[in-house]
Write a protein that binds this ligand. Sequence first.
Ligand code: SF4
Length: 74
Amino acid sequence: MSAAPAPWLAVDPERCIGSGRCVLSAPAVFDQGDEDGLVRLLDPAPPDALRAGARNAAALCPSGAILVGGAAPQ
Ligand code: SF4
């Protein structure tokens, strides 16, 4: 039995500093917690139309909290 594949998209709330850039880049994919302001992933496998925004969010994230394409954390 093999391990499940890594999700296309993942976040690490422990790295997140609550800047909100991901939500601005891809509001259908990311949200922030009402109380802690930390990232919430709405869709670990967004449709193709949303993936460019998710990649942009990962590039803009100041803390490296967004992992795209099953990539290892930076
Ligand atoms: S851009 Fe990065 S640091 Fe900012 S809220 Fe999103 S995951 Fe957190």
